[in-house]
Design a protein around this ligand. Structure first.
Ligand SMILES: [Zn+2]
Length: 110
């Protein structure tokens, strides 16, 4: 992911993405990471706690993975939704993927 997009995530959700040095995935997943940051920050605010830090983020086997994290159940579910969305979203352009697609990119990359 472009450094400029990573910078945006870091500025919007500093507690979540402030320590993330790189996201080894395409720009098409920016919206998923943006929504993840918002959801994690919101849940933490409601519960009066700090949100989890995302320290590692990459594409693996066509899905977004975040490395090992010890998390409250609620946050774990939030990460699972982000991973599920990545399987339905083109890593390159952010467009929808068909259900039969096995790669993280749609026909846009041709
Ligand atoms: Zn695409």
């Amino acid at each position: 992911m472009q450094a400029a997009l990573l910078q945006q995530l870091s500025e919007r959700y500093p507690e979540v993405y402030g320590e993330l040095q790189e996201a080894d995935c395409g720009d098409g997943w920016f919206a998923i990471l943006d929504a993840l940051g918002e959801a994690l920050a919101y849940c933490a605010e409601v519960d009066n706690r700090h949100p989890p830090q995302v320290l590692s983020c990459k594409q693996k086997f066509g899905r977004l993975v975040f490395g090992k994290l010890h998390l409250p159940l609620q946050d774990r579910r939030t990460f699972e939704i982000a991973t599920a969305m990545s399987l339905r979203t083109c890593e390159h352009c952010g467009g929808p993927l068909g259900t039969a697609q096995v790669h993280a990119r749609c026909v846009c990359s041709a």
